[in-house]
Ligand binder design. Structure first.
Ligand code: PMV
Length: 360
């Protein structure tokens, strides 16, 4: 018969938050305690590529291979299961494009077994947000193969969000905000594009790999502990982030780099302060991370026209440095002088990858 095996492949980029998501009000659905905003890094070396095959008669039920290794306990992976069922619920008919004939009705398509093969083009769990591109990519590939059409704008970002919060922001390019929403069912907790990347064509990002070791505290575990024990986190979510989201959107709309830079650095610093305010404390930044931060401030202090570069750190020691194209050469040179392979502080690898936004 028709359509016994259907295949689709997708790729998805990672993103780096400039207003950070930290803290869940619902751990099952990944509903956050504050909105967040990120920049999508679409370089080929920072992507996930996922192929999905679905079939009527696949043996062994749903199966998933991540970076060449099969997930052995898929049944207990609640987030993955949640994504599978959210997609199956929304399956459409498989239609022959030329004749309009229904080849596989949605009721039957839903029963097809899923095989997923997914690969990252960068080291997993190195603080480079692999879960963001991973779940965004899974949702993209599954929605294609199951013929899912969004019933409203951003519906797919809701499904990705339930897989990993930051994944909601990786379905769009450029500058993307994730509105926290207020509902308990998460239907209003979705991502929206604020501006496409062409809006700010000379914006670049340098990825500084301080360490590619696996991070020590997972974001999910860290968030649970922070929500439970940090007083600063509650203050941040209620009293800081709402105004910061607005200011960040305005800075991006106006392409006001000094404003963007200060907001980005302050937000990264406050996020790491809430981690240290967690009890017991969570320390993601290393001495090298702090030295990078110091160098960025030293460079900015020499500028008479406000900051020219801005660091941000996620749940790991690696730095992402935003800057406009004119300053890439100067800043990269300074970074390599202090932290490059020939520098005194090169016991750890540093500035292994350079990437730009948009792609050169
Ligand atoms: O989506 P998760 O569970 O990987 O959490 C991401 C948390 C941060 O990267 C630290 C911040 C963010 O907004 O991406």
């Amino acid at each position: 018969g028709h359509g016994e095996v259907l295949v689709s492949t997708a790729s998805a980029p990672t993103n780096i938050a400039v207003v950070k998501y930290w803290g869940k009000r619902d751990t099952k659905l990944n509903l956050p305690i504050n909105s967040s905003l990120s920049v999508t890094l679409h370089q080929e070396d920072l992507q996930t590529i996922t192929s999905v095959a679905i079939g009527k008669d696949f043996e062994g039920g749903d199966r998933v291979w991540l970076n060449g290794k099969e997930e052995t306990d898929l049944a207990s992976n609640k987030r993955m299961q949640g994504v599978f069922s959210a997609i199956r619920e929304r399956a459409g008919d498989v239609v022959d494009e030329a004749s309009g004939e229904v080849l596989v009705p949605s009721a039957e398509l839903k029963t097809y077994k899923i095989h997923v093969v997914s690969r990252n083009s960068f080291p997993t769990a190195a603080g480079l947000a692999s879960s963001a591109s991973g779940y965004a990519c899974l949702v993209k590939a599954l929605s294609q193969v199951f013929r899912v059409k969004e019933a409203h704008e951003g519906e797919l970002t809701e499904i990705a969000r339930a897989g990993s919060g930051s994944a909601s922001r990786s379905l769009y390019g450029g500058y993307v905000k994730w509105e926290m929403g207020t509902r308990d069912d998460g239907v209003d907790s979705r991502a929206y594009q604020v501006k496409p990347e062409e809006h700010w064509p000379n914006m670049h990002a340098l990825i500084c790999v301080v360490s590619d070791h696996k991070k020590t505290t997972s974001s999910t575990g860290g968030m649970i502990d922070s929500v439970r024990t940090s007083e600063l986190l509650k203050f941040r979510a209620e009293n800081v982030v709402p105004a910061r989201m607005k200011a960040m959107e305005e800075a991006i709309a106006a392409k006001d780099f000094p404003a963007f830079a200060e907001l980005t650095m302050r937000d990264s610093n406050q996020f790491h302060a809430t981690c240290l305010d967690t009890y017991p404390p969570i320390a993601y930044m290393t001495d090298t991370s702090h030295n990078v931060s110091r160098l960025v401030h030293a460079i900015n202090n020499e500028s008479s026209s406000g900051p020219i570069c801005a660091y941000t750190f996620d749940a790991g020691p690696n730095a992402v440095i935003f800057l406009e194209e004119d300053h890439v050469e100067k800043v990269l040179k300074a970074l390599l002088a202090d932290f490059g392979p020939d520098s005194a502080e090169s016991s750890e690898p540093f500035v292994r990858g350079q990437t730009t936004l948009p792609a050169a």
